[in-house]
Design a protein around this ligand. Structure first.
Ligand code: HAM
Length: 421
């Protein structure tokens, strides 16, 4: 038994084959779909100087209480990124992308770190596929990123994801709403849970997504009654475009999301298998973020998809593609020839393996039947005659092929069984 102090940290996971192959496939699929929408990959460090995150989230849990923060040996205050948006915004400003032709469409994949209480679907290290569209305040930009996120989720095998959307207003209309909300909740302060009492002081909008005081919020003022004309037109434009593009979308009056930087649009998609408090992806518009990082004000909108959650919701449906492996087997005395032939086959584009355990031909065959589609047998009479025996390991049918033709022979039969001689 491994000692407790040597185990992986709580809330993290090891992802082993074959699950790791599903992860790799999802990554390919996500970037392929993103490419169709014009999003280019971006990579940023997994840690940033702490102010990158604190500046954008004064009242955000993941920034205030749940961060992995440390001071390195040089005295620099660093934080493992809890999310990608602030990091990408920092890169956008620092690399002068605000001066590049707009819009700028960026997509990323990588680990995020939040010291949350571990529970189903909630990890301390999770993976996000995210996309950010900079330079447009138009509803078509919001609609585009929503369509991209739903397309990725659909490509992973989840049909008809239903997008819940809301607008939390802008600097013009949100203050009026906040005031009305606080007034309403103050009138019922005695009934509130401890978290909501604190929210009332610090971040009143979050009162709306309390999972405990659900009855109280039913009678709370509705954001929609406070939207200014621009905010009303904006959310109407987003919903209209997404719906006309054939995706399911509807307003959720209580959706506010947990990050401070949002303006206007916020959206989320859940899944029946995950429970109501757990989203597959979430995102929104954040027109003030670049300015809070000392950059020019550039409107932007984006989302983050929780990869572990997609994989758990698609278990048994989104499988890694089978590998058509070739096992190069050898009769005693021909191990090196088999080793070299395996390399030649790999160079011709096939996944190939040769024995590295010094096993008998019988043991090699038994193992190959489990792992490979074809077995090539090196040595014996055929080898002397310049040939290799190719065996279809599922049917047992085999034939001798000229050694030099093996690559072409396999290429021709990819996905097809060997015909009987
Ligand atoms: P978020 O809602 O905090 O948004 O995270 C995005 C997604 O990451 C969630 O919907 C969920 O699927 C997944 N996720 C979050 N925390 C965990 C966790 N502890 N364990 C497993 N999965 C998790 C953001 O991070 C924003 N940066 C999204 C965004 C991009 N907004 C605009 N652009």
């Amino acid at each position: 038994m491994i000692r407790a102090e040597l185990k992986r940290p709580r809330g993290t996971q090891d992802i082993l084959p074959p699950e790791s192959r599903r992860v790799a496939k999802l990554r390919r699929v996500a970037f392929d779909v993103a490419e169709r929408y014009g999003f280019e990959p971006i990579e940023t460090p997994i840690f940033e100087q702490t102010p990158v995150f604190t500046r954008v989230g004064e009242t955000t849990d993941i920034v205030q209480h749940e961060r992995y923060r440390f001071v390195d040996a040089g005295g620099v205050d660093l934080t493992l990124r809890p999310e990608g948006t602030a990091a990408v915004a920092r890169a956008f400003v620092e690399n002068g992308l605000a001066q590049a032709p707009q819009p700028v469409r960026l997509a990323y994949w990588g680990p995020m770190f939040r010291r949350e209480r571990p529970q189903a679907g909630r990890y301390r290290q999770h993976t996000q596929f995210g996309a950010e569209l900079y330079g447009s305040g138009d509803p078509s930009a919001d609609a585009e990123v929503i369509l991209l996120a739903t397309a990725v989720v659909e490509a992973a095998g989840l049909s008809r994801p239903e997008v819940r959307i809301n607008s939390i207003g802008c600097d013009v209309c949100r203050p009026g709403y906040r005031e009305a909300l606080v007034e309403y909740y103050r009138s019922r302060e005695g009934e509130l849970c401890a978290d909501c009492q604190a929210r009332l002081e610090k971040n009143p909008l979050r009162l709306l997504d309390c999972k405990i005081d659900v009855a109280i919020r039913q009678a709370a003022p509705d954001l929609a009654d406070y939207w200014c004309a621009d905010c009303r037109d904006h959310i109407g434009g987003v919903i209209d475009r997404v719906a006309r593009a054939g995706r399911a979308i509807g307003r959720d009056a209580h959706l506010v999301r947990g990050l401070d930087y949002y303006t206007r649009t916020v959206f989320e998609v859940g899944h029946p298998s995950l429970g109501p408090a757990v989203a597959l992806f979430g995102g929104g518009r954040y027109d003030g973020l670049t300015a809070s990082l000392d950059g020019p004000a550039v409107p932007a909108v984006g989302f983050g998809i929780g990869i572990e959650r997609i994989l758990s919701a698609t278990a048994g449906r989104f499988d890694a593609d089978p590998v058509e492996r070739v096992a190069v087997l050898h009769v005693p005395g021909f191990a090196t020839e088999a080793f070299l032939l395996a390399e030649e086959i790999r160079r011709a584009g096939w996944p190939a393996e040769s024995d590295v355990l010094g096993r008998s031909l019988r043991a090699q065959l038994k193992d190959a039947a489990r792992r490979a589609r074809y077995g090539l047998i090196v040595g014996g009479r055929e080898w002397e005659a310049g040939q290799v025996v190719v065996r279809d390991l599922s049917s047992g049918v085999q034939e001798a092929v000229a050694r030099d033709d093996v690559g072409a022979y396999l290429a021709e039969r990819r996905q097809r069984p060997v015909e009987p001689v």
